[in-house]
Write a protein that binds this ligand. Structure first.
Ligand SMILES: Nc1ncnc2c1ncn2[C@@H]1O[C@H](COP(=O)(O)OP(=O)(O)OP(=O)(O)O)[C@@H](O)[C@H]1O
Length: 579
C-alpha cells in the first residue's frame, strides 16, 4: 500500500509513510471534535426530560468536566495533527527537492534535450511547493473528514435507519459529482499549466536575450508577445477557477440539502410517532456538524485532482532510468575506441551511423567536417553524455556504459566554446577543476593557462568576483579560465571544441599556447573548424552526414584530394579575401 501511495502522490517512501500518519491524525482530530456532538446530545436529552417532567436541573458540573476533557483532547489531537502534517510536509518537500536534483544529476543529456529549462525549474520549485499544500492540507484533511464522516454515518444508522438515510444521501451524490468532473478539472489544470509555462518561457527568453532585443529593435513586439502571454494566462486561470468553483459549489449545495431532508423527514416521522424527539434532536445536531468538514473536503478533492499534472511530472522524473555504472574504472591505458556506434537524438533519424575509430593516447585526434556532420555528438558520446543506440565505446578496453558517468568524467577535461562560469571569485571558478586544490595549485594552473596576467590587473586579483556566467570577462579570458580548470584537473583524456575560433589574434595566441601545454601526453579528441589547427593533429577523422568519410594523417588526406583537401583550399582562399 505504501508503494501505491508513493506512486500516486510522487512521494519518497518516508513521505508516503508520514502521509498515512497525517491522515490517521486528521481522522482522530475530526472524531475528537465530533465528541462534542455526544455531549450536546446528552445535554439536550436532559433538557427535554426536565421540560417534560417540569422538575430537576441538568448536571452542569458533569457537562462542564466533559467539555473541559473534550477541549483538552481537541488541543492534543490538533497538536499531533500539526506535527504530522506541517512538520512532516516540509521535511518531505526538502527530501523531494533533493531527490529530484539527485536524479537529474544522473540523467543522460537526452532527458534535458526533450525538456526546456523553465519546465524543469517549475517542476523542482513550484510543483514541489504545490505538493506541499496538498500534503499539509488537502490530502490529510480529505482523508480525515471522509473517514470520520463515514464512521459517524455508520453510527447514525444504529440510531435510526430512515433518519440516517435522510441525513447522508447527499454525501455520495456530491462526491460523485466532483468525481465525474475529475476529467474536466484535470484537463483545465493541464491546459492552465501549459499556458503558464509559455508565459514563463517568454519572460525568461526576453531576460536572456535583452541585448539582442534592444539591438534589433524587437523590444516593442517582444513586450506585446509577453503581454499576450500574460493575458492568456490570466484568462486560463479564471477559467480553471470557475470550472473548479462550478463543480465544488454545486456539490456543496447538494450537501446542504441534507439538512433540509433531515428537517422534512424528521418532522414527518416525529408527527407519525416513528421517532422520538431525542432522536430528531440528535439528527438535527449531527446534520448541522456533519457537513462542515465535508464542505472543505469537496474543495480539497478538487485541489487534489488539480495536483495530478504536478504528480505526473514528478513521477516522470522519479521513473526516468538513471545512468549508472561501476564506481571504479581500471582501464588499460586511455585509448578511446568507437566500435560501430550508431546514435540518434530522435527515433529513426540517426546522426551517427556505424562510426568506428580509435583516438589514441598521446595523440590528437581531430574531428572535422561540415556543420551538422556529428562532431559534437561524437565528443558527447565519448563522455557518456548520451548512450549510443548501437555499438559501444571503450576507454582502455573498458566499455564506458558500465562505468558511473561521474567516475568516467573524472578522467575527462572538457574545454568547449561555451564556457560556463559561476558568479564567484576567479579562484573558485578555477578550483572547480579540482575541488581540494590549494590556492597555490590554482595559481600555478592559472599561470600555465596564461590567466595570471589579466587576473593580477583585476581589483581583487584571484578573489575578484566575475559576475553571472563571467559577464565581466572577455571571451579569451573566459576560455583561458576554462583551460586553467582543465590544467588543474590534469585528466588523462581531453575533449576540446576548437576553443579559439572567435578570438582576436592576441587572445588566440595565448589560448593556443595554453592548449598546447594542456594536451601534452593526453588522449585528445578535438572538434576542429579551422584547417590551420588541424595540421598539428596526428589523426584526422572527416565526418560527413554522421559517417566517417575520410580518415588518416593530414598529409595522407591531402594526398587523397577529397573533402579535407577541399576544406583546406577553401579556407586558404578565404584567408586571401580582402574587403
Ligand atoms: N540535442 C539535439 N537534439 C536533436 N538533434 C540534435 C541535437 N544536437 C545536435 N543535433 C543534430 O544532430 C546533428 C549533428 O549535430 P552535431 O552538433 O554533432 O554536428 P557538428 O558536426 O558538431 O556541427 P557543428 O560543426 O555545426 O557544430 C545535426 O543535424 C544536429 O541538428
Amino acid at each position: 500500500m505504501i508503494e501505491k501511495i508513493q506512486r500516486r502522490f510522487a512521494l519518497t517512501r518516508p513521505g508516503a509513510v508520514n502521509l498515512v500518519k497525517a491522515c490517521v491524525s486528521c481522522t482522530i482530530s475530526y472524531l475528537v471534535i465530533a465528541m462534542s456532538i455526544g455531549i450536546l446530545y446528552f445535554f439536550t436529552c436532559d433538557l427535554i426530560g426536565i421540560f417534560r417532567t417540569g422538575t430537576g436541573m441538568p448536571e452542569y458540573g458533569i457537562y462542564a468536566v466533559q467539555c473541559a476533557v473534550v477541549v483538552i483532547l481537541i488541543f492534543a489531537a490538533h497538536y499531533v495533527q500539526y506535527n504530522m502534517t506541517f512538520f512532516n510536509t516540509y521535511t518531505e518537500s526538502a527530501r523531494l527537492r533533493i531527490s529530484v536534483a539527485e536524479r537529474l544529476r544522473k540523467f543522460p543529456l537526452r532527458f534535458f534535450s526533450r525538456r526546456d529549462l523553465s519546465d524543469l525549474t517549475t517542476t523542482i520549485l513550484s510543483d514541489v511547493t504545490g505538493m506541499e499544500q496538498a500534503l499539509s492540507h488537502f490530502i490529510p484533511e480529505f482523508a480525515g473528514s471522509v473517514i470520520s464522516t463515514a464512521l459517524l454515518s455508520i453510527g447514525m444508522f444504529f440510531f435510526d435507519v430512515k433518519m440516517a438515510a435522510a441525513a447522508v444521501w447527499c454525501v455520495p451524490v456530491s462526491f460523485l459529482l466532483v468525481f465525474l468532473a475529475k476529467k474536466k478539472l484535470s484537463q483545465a489544470g493541464k491546459k492552465d499549466r501549459k499556458i503558464q509555462l509559455i508565459r514563463t518561457e517568454k519572460i525568461q527568453e526576453g531576460l536572456e536575450s535583452v541585448k539582442d532585443l534592444k539591438a534589433g529593435r524587437y523590444m516593442e513586439s517582444y513586450i506585446k508577445e509577453v503581454d499576450d502571454a500574460i493575458d492568456r494566462c490570466e484568462k486560463s486561470q479564471i477559467v480553471t477557477e470557475l470550472t473548479n468553483a462550478l463543480f465544488v459549489v454545486s456539490s456543496q449545495l447538494i450537501l446542504k440539502l441534507g439538512i433540509a431532508t433531515v428537517v422534512i423527514f424528521g418532522v414527518k416521522y416525529l408527527i407519525s410517532g416513528e421517532i422520538s424527539l431525542e432522536i430528531f434532536m440528535l439528527f438535527l445536531i449531527v446534520a448541522s456538524r456533519l457537513y462542515d468538514p465535508l464542505n472543505a473536503t469537496l474543495q480539497n478533492l478538487a485541489a487534489i485532482i488539480s495536483c495530478d499534472p504536478k504528480i505526473d511530472r514528478l513521477n516522470e522524473i522519479n521513473e526516468y532510468p538513471l545512468q549508472e555504472g561501476k564506481d571504479r574504472m581500471e582501464p588499460d591505458g586511455y585509448d578511446i575506441q568507437f566500435e560501430n556506434v550508431t546514435f540518434s537524438y530522435e527515433k529513426g533519424k540517426p546522426v551517427l551511423k556505424n562510426v568506428s575509430f580509435t583516438a589514441k593516447q598521446n595523440e590528437i585526434t581531430a574531428l572535422i567536417g561540415g556543420s551538422g556532420g556529428g562532431k559534437t555528438t561524437c565528443a558527447s558520446l565519448a563522455a557518456r553524455f548520451y548512450e549510443p543506440d548501437a555499438g559501444r565505446i571503450t576507454v582502455g578496453g573498458v566499455d564506458i556504459s558500465t562505468v558511473d558517468p561521474e567516475v568516467l568524467l573524472s578522467d575527462f577535461s572538457i574545454v568547449f566554446q561555451d564556457v560556463v562560469l559561476f558568479n564567484a571569485s576567479i579562484m573558485e571558478n578555477i578550483r572547480i577543476g579540482k575541488k581540494n586544490a590549494t590556492d597555490e595549485e590554482v595559481m600555478r594552473a592559472a599561470q600555465m593557462a596564461f590567466c595570471d596576467e589579466f587576473v593580477q590587473e583585476m581589483p581583487d586579483g584571484y578573489q575578484t568576483v566575475i559576475g553571472e556566467n563571467g559577464s565581466r570577462l572577455s571571451g579569451g579570458q573566459r576560455q583561458r579560465i576554462s583551460i586553467a580548470r582543465a590544467m588543474l584537473k590534469d585528466a588523462p583524456m581531453i575533449l576540446l571544441d576548437e576553443a579559439s575560433a572567435s578570438l582576436d589574434v592576441e587572445s588566440e595566441t595565448y589560448v593556443q599556447q595554453a592548449l598546447s601545454k594542456l594536451i601534452e601526453g593526453k588522449t585528445v579528441i578535438m572538434i576542429a573548424h579551422r584547417m590551420r589547427t588541424v595540421a598539428k593533429a596526428s589523426h584526422l577523422i572527416v565526418l560527413e552526414d554522421g559517417q566517417i568519410a575520410e580518415e588518416g594523417t593530414p598529409e595522407e588526406l591531402l594526398k587523397q584530394d577529397g573533402i579535407y583537401k577541399r576544406m583546406t583550399d577553401l579556407q586558404h582562399a578565404a584567408g586571401q579575401w580582402k574587403i
